[in-house]
Ligand binder design. Structure first.
Ligand code: PLP
Length: 387
């Protein structure tokens, strides 16, 4: 196999040179435990607190509003559990959407088992949720609204500022899963006015297994993991110092270059979309305008399950996916495509190509050249099987 083309950046991204260089000293030279009072510990503690300020700054949050976690999944779990723990006396109704990541959906199922009432809003065909739909779902006992900022499968960016305003009009806490959005679109928690926000480092060229939860509300997040009292006594466990330093370096680098990177990825994305939509029976999924700058997602008629297409692309050295890393091996129709109205059959035929600013025009030309042939081959195979 020649050079590989990696276009599954919504699943994960390679760690940037800068983030890696920032992390390395924290494995050996500055390996101290941040809770220790001698110099090794204090060096680690300083790195931790500097990183907290940097990560907060990148989204407009203050350092005392940032909590480090093991990634997006934990941040989402913690946000939801915390609001339930704090507000259960005020009500037991939670509103979210049918297109959330399983980190939110499965957690809500768990809350439902514990007696909470869950309303999942159904988005329109493009994956957008309207303020009217949210307004209509609010009840007297609604304690939390959790709506993602950008969808991982279809790339749609949701109108979080407007949705959050509706929540606040009714004095309801608003959480957003910004795992796919952070460092890909501009985020300012102050102007959005969100109460809680989840992010994850490996989606923006930081390391895996590290993320953060922003909370504007001092009583949130509530204590979650008990032990040595790290993270203001709310999430115990010796901190992942190197990972956190890497996350800070990555978010700083990506947000500083956001405008430039966005221009580059958007041009590549649009070239890819334009070419792919020339294939008969190919459709763009998600919002054509309000979408992540590097995100292109499609369904194809007549190819019986995109897992075959993804394998064929892999044989050509192209690493893409159907939409969710977690569901990559699943044959279940992606819940997101079903939620926006695609039938079960075509929902099996999804392809997601998610770019980063490291992708080049040559790579896109190569995909554009190969994809139509692979689709033709798959359709031919299907016809032969049926015939
Ligand atoms: N939320 C969204 C929207 C995601 O896309 C993902 C990962 O794909 C997660 C949460 C989970 O993040 P992590 O992999 O850091 O646990």
């Amino acid at each position: 196999m020649g050079e590989r083309i990696y276009v599954d950046n919504s699943a994960t991204t390679p760690v940037s040179e800068k983030a890696l260089a920032a992390m390395l000293p924290y494995f050996r030279e500055h390996f101290g435990n941040p809770s220790a009072i001698y110099s090794y510990g204090q060096e680690a503690k300083k790195a931790l607190e500097d990183s907290r300020r940097v990560v907060g700054n990148a989204i407009g949050g203050l350092n005392n509003e940032m909590y480090f976690t093991s990634g997006g999944t934990e941040s989402d779990n913690w946000a939801i559990h915390s609001v339930c723990a704090l507000k259960h006396k005020n009500g037991n109704h939670i509103i979210s959407t049918a297109i959330e990541h399983n980190a939110v959906l499965r957690t809500l199922e768990k809350m439902q088992d514990q007696g909470y009432e869950i309303t999942l809003l159904k988005p329109d065909k493009n994956g957008r949720i309207t303020t009217e739909a949210l307004e209509n779902a609010i009840q007297n006992d609604t304690i939390l609204i959790s709506i993602m900022m950008a969808n991982n499968v279809i790339g749609t960016v949701l109108p979080i500022k407007a949705l959050c305003a509706v929540a606040h009009k009714h004095h309801i806490i608003f959480h957003t899963d910004a795992v796919q959005a952070t460092a890909h679109i501009p985020i300012n928690v102050r102007s959005l006015s969100v109460d809680l926000l989840s992010l994850s480092a490996h989606k923006f060229h930081g390391p895996k297994g590290v993320g953060a939860l922003f909370s504007k509300i001092p009583l949130l997040p509530t204590a979650y993991i008990t032990g040595g009292g790290q993270e203001k006594g709310r999430r115990s466990g010796t901190e992942n110092v190197a990972g956190i330093v890497g996350m800070a370096a990555a978010i700083e680098e990506e947000t500083e270059n956001l405008q430039h990177n966005t221009q580059h990825t958007q041009i590549l994305r649009d070239k890819l979309i334009e070419s792919t939509l020339k294939i008969p029976g190919a459709y763009l999924t998600g919002d054509p305008i309000n979408r992540l700058p590097g995100h292109a997602s499609f369904v194809f008629e007549g190819i019986t399950r995109s897992v075959y297409l993804i394998n064929m692309l892999n044989e050509e050295g192209i690493c893409a996916s159907s939409g969710s890393a977690c569901a990559a091996s699943s044959t279940e129709a992606p819940h997101v495509l079903s939620a926006i109205g695609y039938d079960d059959e075509i929902s099996q035929n999804a392809l997601r190509i998610s770019l980063s600013h490291y992708n080049t025009e040559n790579e896109i030309d190569s995909i554009n050249e190969k994809l139509p042939r692979l689709i033709r081959e798959l359709r031919h195979r299907k016809d032969k099987t049926l015939g």
